[in-house]
Structure formats: structure tokens, C-alpha cells
Design a binder for this molecule. Structure first.
Ligand code: HEC
Ligand code: HEC
Ligand code: HEC
Length: 489
């Protein structure tokens, strides 16, 4: 494509001289209206694709659990090494590097840039799209295969403009749409931290993208519609906390990549920011301050607890991509930053989305289902029976859970956002894939039932759970479970 001249250039070159080869090429070129129609179709196709990648990227990668190990392992501070020595090593590092490590966690860089936990930041994690796969690059300081040869300016340009060393455009699977808002100082700190990593020699597999989607220069077109280059500018009318929250949520922490719905061209819908979106089968819920549709009923402490531990008792537990975000990123945030995130989110326009009762307000303990089971014949697909057989050992047959709010408790399904949501999608995803989340407080594990239970059975359990402990309006069919099962995680 790039060697083909534009019609304007072609006319110009005709006027000057007509090289025999040029006239031959022109003979083979399709007539102009056809060319125009083709390029229009091509542009539309391309936009759909590029936006699709952006949309999928954070989902795909964030669902892969990567615990805090990579950062420690990168410095040879494995669990085996003496804690004292590790602390001393950390303290000996200059401030900028320590700040860079913190910011690297806020940006969740390790989650996407680590395929093998033993090779942190060495890239190679596949990001699947219907057009093929993108593999994340090695961002360790290795000079052959990593970014060891990059200047600080190259790094800055990648983060702020989505352009890699050498001038090639990066795909928006790399969240430069948000990273462009990060201050130059913070990008430098991240860079300083990445420079201290052990270089790892590793070349990720080549992207498996088909023509025309392998044409990086086409990202210019995508950027035209969906990318506003520029640093975050604080709003002087607002508090310092608000501005810090805005900087984190809309910048480095890229919360909107998952929580904001997208328009027809797959750009973020500015008018419905944070009102919820579905990706890779999971619903990243509405987190606007609407009391019914969003999280307006949560206290600041509840939000901070959710982002630190993955549990907001009486509201929600973090599963799927959000469990990964908590594990890799938000659990490390300082109390001040967590508070700022709350202040900023609370100040966003509330979006109800047609919801009249909050997700976390549903349910009461079951009181007689278990007795009605006595003497009944066990059939294959019965929600109560399947629940008692598969779930009650941990969540209790009453649905009230075991261990209340202790870290690692088996949570109550009553006043749980997944059971009370208007759609039972995340509930089915939780049953299919379970919950894995490692934080400083607890190693949380709910087994997935995807390999043991059929779509019929999962739908029956989900429908029993929503009817009994959650939102009775929410129902799911076996076909819908099958569609969710097919989503790559
Ligand atoms: C949601 C996943 C994701 C996150 C989070 C992420 N990246 Fe990336 N990054 C990618 C992908 C995918 C690419 C490659 C895009 C391409 O091939 O065009 C990439 C490319 C890059 C590049 C260009 C490397 C090269 O060789 O061209 C740099 C530098 C980079 N990322 C740094 C970071 C840093 C620093 C962070 C954290 C602040 C980060 N990334 C967070 C997915 C991610
Ligand atoms: C990779 C995608 C992704 C990113 C990035 C992400 N989230 Fe989430 N978030 C989700 C998903 C999916 C859920 C639903 C989790 C579940 O069902 O357990 C969720 C749930 C939540 C909830 C609970 C809502 C409820 O009612 O259950 C809050 C609060 C939240 N996210 C806040 C944030 C904040 C703040 C950020 C940025 C720091 C963020 N999220 C970044 C995907 C994401
Ligand atoms: C071995 C114990 C165990 C079994 C069996 C089990 N769970 Fe769980 N469940 C857990 C744990 C642990 C969590 C996560 C707790 C946390 O987030 O801290 C959880 C979380 C949940 C959640 C909340 C997820 C969210 O994102 O808010 C739901 C809903 C749920 N389980 C439903 C079920 C259903 C339905 C079954 C049966 C098919 C089941 N569980 C079986 C232990 C179990």
C-alpha cells in the first residue's frame, strides 16, 4: 500500500514526465471512483479493527494473573532472599526509581508485558483479536531484544504519542490513549525504574496479523478519531484530591479502558464515561456515583477496601479482570491515592442506565430450599440441587457464606453485586472460571466449574442464585452461557 502513489501525486508526475513504468502502473490501477470507494471501505474496516483491538487489549491481558512477583523477581528479591537484605536494597535505590516502581504498578505494565512470571517485563503475552494476535514487546533494558537501545526521548514518545523507536505506530492495545496524560516527570520515573531491571534476552513471537491489519501506519487514521495527544491539565476549580484522582483514573491507571462504553467507531463515549462496558465476556460495571446504577451507595472506605483487598463487604467482590487489576495494581496504591480515586469518581456525572435498584441491595438468606430437597429424586439440571451440591459447601445453603468479612472468607451471595446485577453474565463467568486473586491480605481461590458443569447446569445454578439471593429479573440461558464460555480469557 505505502508504495502506491496518491492520485494527486500521480497527476503531478504525469504533468512532469511520463515514465513508461508509471503509465504501465496507471493502466493497471482501478478507475478513480472504484479506488475512492475502495479506500473508504478500507478506512471503515480498518477503524473497526483498530478500535476492536483497543477494546480488547486490557481485558485480554489483565485477566491473566500475574502477582507481585515480577517486580520483586526482577531485582532478584525472590521470596527466598532475606527480607532484610531486600528492604536494604530497596532503600538504597534513589527516590526516582522507587517512585518509578510505584508508578509502574499503577500503570499495570507487568500484567501485559509478562508472559512467564519468571521473566518479568520480557513480553511475549499474546493478545487475541479476531484478526490475529499481538504479542507484547520486551521492555527490559536488554539491548538486542528489549528497549536497552532506546533513549529517554524514544520512551517518552512511545508513552505520549504511541510511536515506537524508529517511528512505527503502536497499536492501541498499548493504552497510550490514557498514558498520553501522564506527566513527563512520571514517565521519566517509570523509565528510570525499568532501567534497573535485569535485562532479559527474549524476542516475542512475531504478531500474527493479516493484511491490511499488519499495516502500522494505518494507526494514524485510528488516532485521528480516537486519540487526543496531551498531558493532564489540572482543573484549578477543583481540589488537589480531585485532580490527583483524575490524573490516576484517566491516566496511568486507565480505568476507563474497561469501564467506559464505546461508540460506533469504538471510541470512548465521553457522555457516558464510567457507566459500564462489556469485554471478553465480563461486565466492567457502572462505577459512576449513581445510587442505583453505579456505586453511589459505597462509602470511600468501601471503595478503598475493594481496590486494596478485592472485597467491599455488603457490596462486591472482585473477580475476572478486576481481580487482576487489584492483584497487580491497585492493592499497592497509597491510602491518599485511593482516596483521590474515590473523590474523583464521586464527582463524575451519575448515570443510572435505566437501573432503579442497586446491584448490592438484593437478596435474603434462603430458609427452606434445603428441606424441600429431602427425599426428592436427583435430576441432572435442577438449580437448587446443583447449588447445594457444588456451591453450598463454601457459600452455605442459605447463601450467607462462611467467615463473613474475614480475609479469605467465603462471601455471602446476598448483597453481592454479581448476584444482584441486571444481567447474570458475570455470575455465569464466575461459575465458569472461578475467582483467583492474590493480595497481601489473602490468597483467594474459588474453583472454576467450567470443565465439570454443562452450560445447562451453569445456567440453572445462575438462575437459582439470582432468583434466591440476587436480582430475580436476571436470567441466563444455556446458549448465553455457551457464548460466554467461548470468550478467550
Ligand atoms: C493493556 C496492556 C498493556 C499495558 C497495561 C501496558 N502495555 Fe506496553 N504495550 C502493550 C502492547 C500490546 C504493546 C505493543 C503494541 C504494538 O505492537 O504496536 C506495548 C508496547 C509498549 C512499548 C513499545 C515497545 C516496543 O518495542 O515497541 C513500550 C515502551 C511499553 N509498551 C511500555 C509500557 C509501560 C511502561 C507500561 C506501564 C506504564 C505499559 N507498557 C503498559 C500492552 C500494554
Ligand atoms: C481490565 C479491565 C478493568 C480495569 C482496567 C478496571 N476495571 Fe474495575 N472492573 C472490571 C470488571 C470486569 C469488574 C467486575 C468484576 C466482578 O464482576 O467481580 C470491575 C468492577 C469494579 C468495581 C466494582 C463494581 C461493582 O459494583 O461490583 C469497582 C468499584 C471498580 N471496578 C473500579 C475500578 C477502578 C477505580 C479502576 C481503575 C483503577 C478499574 N476498576 C479498572 C474491569 C476493569
Ligand atoms: C471452595 C469454595 C467455593 C465453592 C465450592 C464455590 N465458591 Fe464461590 N467463592 C468462593 C470464594 C473464595 C470467592 C471469592 C471471595 C473473595 O472475593 O474474597 C467466591 C466468590 C463467589 C461469588 C462472588 C463473585 C464476585 O465477583 O462478586 C459468587 C457469585 C460465587 N462465588 C458463586 C458461587 C457459585 C454459584 C458456586 C457453585 C457453582 C460457588 N461459588 C462455589 C469460594 C467458593
Amino acid at each position: 500500500m505505502n508504495e502506491r502513489q496518491s492520485p494527486a501525486r500521480r497527476v503531478a508526475s504525469h504533468a512532469r514526465h511520463t515514465h513508461p513504468l508509471q503509465s504501465a502502473l496507471d493502466l493497471f490501477a482501478p478507475p478513480r471512483p472504484v479506488r475512492r470507494a475502495r479506500s473508504a471501505a478500507f478506512a471503515v474496516l480498518f477503524c473497526a479493527f483498530a478500535l476492536y483491538i483497543a477494546w480488547h487489549a486490557s481485558q485480554e491481558t489483565a485477566t491473566r494473573p500475574v502477582d507481585e512477583l515480577p517486580l520483586a523477581a526482577a531485582h532478584g528479591e525472590g521470596p527466598a532472599s532475606a527480607a532484610g537484605a531486600a528492604v536494604a536494597a530497596v532503600n538504597a535505590r534513589p527516590d526516582i526509581v522507587q517512585r518509578g516502581e510505584y508508578l509502574t504498578r499503577v500503570g499495570d505494565c507487568a500484567a501485559c508485558h509478562t508472559a512467564d512470571p519468571a521473566r518479568p517485563f520480557a513480553g511475549g503475552l499474546p493478545i487475541s483479536t479476531p484478526f490475529g494476535r499481538i504479542y507484547t514487546p520486551n521492555i527490559t533494558p536488554d539491548t538486542d531484544t528489549g528497549i536497552g537501545q532506546w533513549s529517554d526521548a524514544d520512551f517518552m514518545r512511545a508513552m505520549h504519542e504511541g510511536i515506537r523507536k524508529g517511528g512505527e505506530r503502536l497499536y492501541p492495545a498499548f493504552p497510550y490513549v490514557e498514558f498520553t496524560r501522564v506527566s513527563g516527570q512520571d514517565v521519566q520515573a517509570i523509565r528510570a525504574y525499568l532501567k534497573t531491571l535485569a535485562p532479559i534476552h527474549a524476542t516475542p513471537p512475531a504478531n500474527e496479523l493479516h493484511f491490511p491489519f499488519n499495516q502500522r501506519w494505518l494507526m494514524q487514521l485510528w488516532n485521528l478519531f480516537n486519540f487526543e495527544e496531551g498531558r493532564f491539565v489540572p482543573d484549578p476549580q477543583k481540589s488537589a484530591e480531585y485532580n490527583r484522582g483524575a490524573y490516576l483514573v484517566r491516566g496511568l491507571a486507565h480505568c476507563e479502558e474497561c469501564h467506559t462504553p464505546r461508540n460506533l467507531t469504538q471510541g470512548l463515549k465521553k457522555s457516558e464515561r464510567f457507566s459500564g462496558a462489556t469485554q471478553a465476556g465480563w461486565q466492567a460495571y457502572n462505577i459512576t456515583p449513581d445510587r442505583a446504577g453505579g456505586i453511589g451507595g459505597w462509602s470511600d472506605d468501601a471503595l478503598a477496601s475493594y481496590l486494596t483487598t478485592g472485597v467491599a463487604t455488603g457490596h462486591a467482590n472482585a473477580a475476572g479482570p478486576m481481580a487482576a487489576v487489584v492483584q497487580n495494581s491497585t492493592q499497592y496504591l497509597t491510602p491518599e491515592d485511593l482516596r483521590s480515586i474515590g473523590v474523583f469518581l464521586r464527582a463524575q456525572p451519575a448515570v443510572a442506565g435505566g437501573v432503579t435498584r442497586s446491584r448490592d441491595s438484593f437478596g435474603q438468606p434462603a430458609n427452606d430450599d434445603i428441606t424441600t430437597l429431602r427425599g426428592t429424586r436427583i435430576t441432572a439440571v435442577d438449580g437448587v440441587q446443583l447449588f447445594v451440591a457444588n456451591c453450598a459447601s463454601c457459600h452455605n445453603w442459605t447463601g450467607a457464606g462462611v467467615g463473613a468479612s474475614a480475609p479469605g472468607a467465603y462471601p455471602s451471595l446476598i448483597h453481592n453485586s454479581v448476584a444482584g446485577a441486571a444481567s447474570a453474565g458475570n455470575l455465569a463467568m464466575v461459575i465458569l472460571h472461578g475467582v483467583t486473586r492474590r493480595t497481601r491480605d489473602a490468597d483467594v481461590l474459588m474453583p472454576g466449574f467450567g470443565s465439570q458443569l454443562s452450560n445447562d447446569q451453569i445456567a440453572a445454578i445462575a438462575n437459582y442464585v439470582t432468583k434466591t439471593f440476587g436480582n430475580p429479573q436476571a436470567a441466563i440461558t444455556a446458549d448465553q452461557v455457551a457464548a460466554l464460555r467461548a470468550q478467550p480469557q
